[in-house]
Write a protein that binds this ligand. Structure first.
Ligand code: G16
Length: 541
């Protein structure tokens, strides 16, 4: 056991989901160690505690796992449960924390960000409920990073993590587990596997794009081995440290390989993709992309068709920039709908308090009270369960949904790698203009209301301010602006546009056309073209 002297490293402040930085930053002397020790200190030490450790397998996952294990041992942890080869999807890690009643877990992932020595790496701490550290704990971790003077590490050789076994690491019990099996068992308890098996037996065809990330082995086990989907169902199913040089973000831009299959000749019935660490999902039918906001609404409308949710939902929650489509379902069902800031950590209290069953975000995350993370494969399985029961195609299910509830046309435009000062000035100016925006007209739309979103947590009473600027127009359309908290280079400006359509003859338009006025108004309000020197987004979802 060694105590190493160190000095605070500036800027170790978590964003939307843990600390994400360039991989080389993490590999620099003391960077990872400082952050791990600060986390341990922030939770009152590790002595006698039990943790889960695992990550999405990106470059540096293996080395970082060894360091974290040695530090937990040196800090007196009594047991660590680690995925074989240091691998665990984020939802599987959340499940293992809960299943084993541990004190929390360390998840090594930069999620949908690319991987590699010149790409991104990340680390986040999840608490005993299985969910991401709350704002309060995250703030305490940051505070610790600013004063840290030493860290503890055991001087032991690397542990062989390739075999499921139980051993001892410098006095700490080390349990190496299969990353997939407990998670797969959980899924079996939630869904009607027989109905989904019957669906596949009937010739239903699907493609699941694992994007060379963590869900490959999970999807092969569950979809192909357990549910009997054909062996070519999972594509890009071998996890690679650099995700095959791809960008493991399941949206139509980055999952273009899947999109071309789903829009090509002889397209399968159903397509889905997940991200680097397995918590996001993309759903696409034959020629029919489903926006994450619509997916959440459809799942809320039909969740009762799956055994786990047969008793109905107690409530739903969505992040503020997510479309209000799910609110309309909640209203029809007479259940509450909560609106939280962006970040899965804000759903934890609502789930723990039994106020919501389902939650989701526009950023392709959907989940339920089965774990405390969003869960990509879970969403895919719920979709499959619903398709098996309704016997509808994805396109028909969407058409039926919009005819019933109206359609919240929705799109997110991302402007990436914007100089940080330009992005901050744009947001500051917009914030300053809020009091005078109401009543003004832009591209023919009149502003009805404009504010900077604050959230009062109904469970613990904490308040989170400056969570995004929302501008509503008369007639119901709206635009939201916020800066991403997950990027590692420059700033990413996110512009979310939405408009409700209830005219039965106008439910099947191209969202970009349906939203053209709102997009124009949003550009005018921010003077976007002049400030950014461009008006075309890098990514449209
Ligand atoms: C993370 C968070 C999500 C959030 C998303 C986008 O997802 O867990 O709650 O919606 O980032 O955040 P931002 O808009 O700040 O970039 P993931 O999948 O990257 O962990």
């Amino acid at each position: 056991m060694t105590i190493i002297s160190t000095r605070p490293i500036a800027g170790q402040k978590a964003g939307t989901s843990g600390l994400r930085r360039k991989t080389r930053d993490w590999m620099a002397p003391h960077f990872l160690e400082n952050y791990v020790q600060s986390t341990i200190n922030a939770i009152g030490g590790a002595k006698g505690k039990r943790f889960v450790v695992g990550g999405d397998g990106r470059f540096y996952n293996a080395e970082a796992t060894q360091i974290i294990l040695r530090m937990l041992a040196a800090n007196g942890a009594s047991e660590v449960i680690v995925g074989r080869d240091g691998l665990l999807s984020t939802p599987a890690a959340s499940h293992l924390i809960r299943l084993n009643n541990t004190d929390g877990g360390f998840i090594l992932s930069a999620s949908h960000n690319p991987g590699g020595i010149d790409a991104d790496f990340g680390l986040k701490f999840n608490m005993a409920n299985g969910g991401p550290a709350t704002e309060t704990v995250s703030d305490e971790i940051y505070a610790q990073t600013t004063t840290l003077a030493e860290y503890h590490i055991a001087q032991t050789p690397d542990v062989d993590l390739s075999i499921v076994a139980t051993s001892d690491l410098a006095g700490m019990d080390l349990k190496i587990v299969d990353p997939v099996s407990d998670y797969a068992e959980l899924m079996k308890t939630l869904f009607d596997f027989n109905a989904i098996q019957t669906l596949f037996k009937s010739g239903f065809r699907m493609r699941f794009d694992a994007m060379h990330a963590i869900t490959g082995p999970y999807a092969k086990t569950i979809l192909q081995d357990m549910l009997g989907a054909p062996s070519d169902t999972v594509m890009n199913g071998t996890p690679l440290v650099d995700f095959g040089q791809g960008h493991p973000d399941p949206n139509p831009i980055w999952a273009h390989e899947l999109m071309s299959v789903m829009t090509g000749p002889d397209a399968p019935d159903f397509g889905a993709a997940s991200d680097g660490d397995g918590d996001r999902n993309m759903i696409v039918g034959r020629g029919a992309y489903v926006t994450p906001s619509d997916s959440l609404a459809v799942l809320a409308a039909h969740a009762h068709l799956a055994p786990a949710y047969a008793g109905g939902l107690v409530g739903v929650a969505r992040s503020m920039p997510t479309s209000a489509a799910v609110d309309r379902v909640a209203a029809a069902k007479g259940i509450p709908a909560f609106e939280t800031p962006t970040g899965w950590k804000f759903f934890g209290n609502l789930l723990d308090a039994g106020k919501v069953t389902l939650c989701g975000e526009e950023s392709a995350g959907t989940g339920s009270d089965h774990v405390r993370e969003k869960d990509g494969l879970w969403a895919v399985l719920l979709w499959l369960n619903i398709l098996a029961e309704t016997k509808l195609s994805v396109a028909d299910l969407m058409a039926e949904h919009w005819a019933t509830y109206g359609r919240n046309y929705y799109s997110r435009h991302d402007f990436e790698d914007v100089p940080v000062d330009v992005a901050n000035t744009l947001m500051d100016d917009l914030r300053r203009s809020l009091p005078t925006l109401t009543g003004q007209s832009f591209a023919g739309l009149v502003v009805g209301d404009a504010d900077d979103f604050s959230y009062d947590d109904p469970v613990d009473g904490s308040r989170s301010v400056s969570q995004g600027i929302r501008i509503s127009f008369q007639g119901g359309a709206r635009v939201v602006f916020r800066l991403s908290g997950t990027g590692t280079q420059g700033a990413t400006l996110r512009m979310y546009v939405e408009a409700l359509e209830t005219d039965p003859d106008a439910l099947h338009r191209d969202p970009q056309h349906a939203l053209a006025d709102v997009i124009k108004a949003a550009h005018e309000i921010t003077d976007l073209q002049r400030r950014l020197g461009r008006d075309t987004p890098d990514v449209i979802t």
